[in-house]
Design a protein around this ligand. Structure first.
Ligand code: SF4
Length: 332
């Protein structure tokens, strides 16, 4: 078995596509061989990214009252989760968060709004002003997540300086109807295509621990590869009381780490970012995310849940002798 892992790893090290069958084979690994899997995932990470890791932050810029029914989400109006709700926040507030993110080493700030899409021209205008203000007042990149985009919205966002859109596919096309009934997987893919056509970089990934199977995880990895997304954020369910998945048990640390490794094998040279839920799924093994193949992580708080202290994450990176990349920062 160890020889087979090495053989598949050698393909990833040469940036040759591995087969779905081989990825499924890696997903079945258990027992001591899981350490061999991590070893090779780490070798692949080192081959493409050396000791450099990226860190980024997000700000919840419009929260709650979402018309959609994503079964894991605290912001859906279909569930009673007791979160704070607010309309699009002011530019000053967003610039304040961007300044803090810049000081702590983030290379970008993601402006995130709840909802199916940007619901009116006034909100689009406010979002555009904030993006422009980040460009003018900080050295970090403005990124954002705004639900579905039309071509016109994408153009407007590019014009004011947006660099990257986050739009997660969440899970495989097959499993998607089990987690959302108000829009489809195809709708989500469509927004990714619109964003790419408009010249935006795309960050699109998944959430695990929502009842999906092993094949769903693999199929999503290959879909993201085929769509040539730039960054793949991996989230792990942090069960929120009041949502249909509120009583689920978070994934066990080794299972979460194995998923990270297999995404590294399938997408060897892409930025793999560990995002929400790492605290509850990885527990004491959070620093292992890099050894399992990730080269990027979100720091600070998430949208409606708290993350670890930023200082703890930065210390973890330093202790591992990794270096925070400043690649996305402008020099002016
Ligand atoms: S994940 Fe996004 S679209 Fe789905 S309910 Fe939450 S805010 Fe709405």
């Amino acid at each position: 078995m160890n020889d087979k892992i090495k053989k598949i790893a050698n393909q990833s090290l040469q940036n040759e596509a591995i087969s779905r069958e081989d990825a499924l084979h890696l997903m079945q690994i258990d027992g001591d061989e899981i350490y061999t899997l991590f070893y090779w995932a780490n070798q692949i990470r080192l081959r493409y990214f050396d000791h450099s890791v990226k860190v980024c932050s997000i700000v919840s810029a419009k929260q709650g009252r979402c018309t959609e029914d994503c079964r894991f989400c605290s912001q859906s109006a279909h569930y009673h989760t007791g979160i704070e709700e607010f309309p699009v926040i002011d530019t000053n507030k967003i610039v304040g968060v961007a300044n803090c993110a810049e000081k702590t080493g983030s290379s970008s700030l993601g402006i995130v709004t709840s909802g199916y899409s940007i619901s009116n021209p006034e909100d689009l205008d406010k979002i555009c002003k904030s993006i422009k203000a980040i460009v003018e007042n900080t050295h970090i990149q403005p990124h954002g997540s705004f639900g579905m985009l039309t071509k016109e919205m994408a153009k407007a966002l590019v014009k004011c300086g947006l660099k990257r859109l986050n739009h997660n596919l969440e899970t495989s096309e097959r499993f998607f109807p089990n987690i959302c009934s108000t829009h489809s997987f195809v709708d989500r893919v469509n927004t990714i295509r619109i964003a790419k056509e408009a010249g935006l970089e795309v960050c699109s990934g998944a959430i695990f621990g929502i009842g999906e199977g092993v094949e769903d995880r693999i199929d999503l990895a290959f879909t993201l590869k085929n769509l040539s997304v730039d960054v793949i954020p991996l989230n792990f369910l942090h069960p929120i009381s009041g949502t249909p998945l509120g009583n689920c048990t978070p994934l066990m640390p080794m299972e979460a780490l194995k998923i990270i490794s297999i995404f590294r094998f399938v997408l060897p040279d892409k930025e793999i970012k560990i995002a929400g839920g790492r605290e509850s799924s990885l527990r004491d093994l959070q620093s292992w995310m890099f050894y399992a193949g990730a080269n990027s992580t979100m720091i600070g708080n998430y949208l409606t849940t708290k993350g670890r202290k930023v200082e703890e994450d930065l210390q973890m990176i330093k202790d591992l002798k990794l270096e925070v990349s400043d690649e996305n920062r402008s020099s002016v």
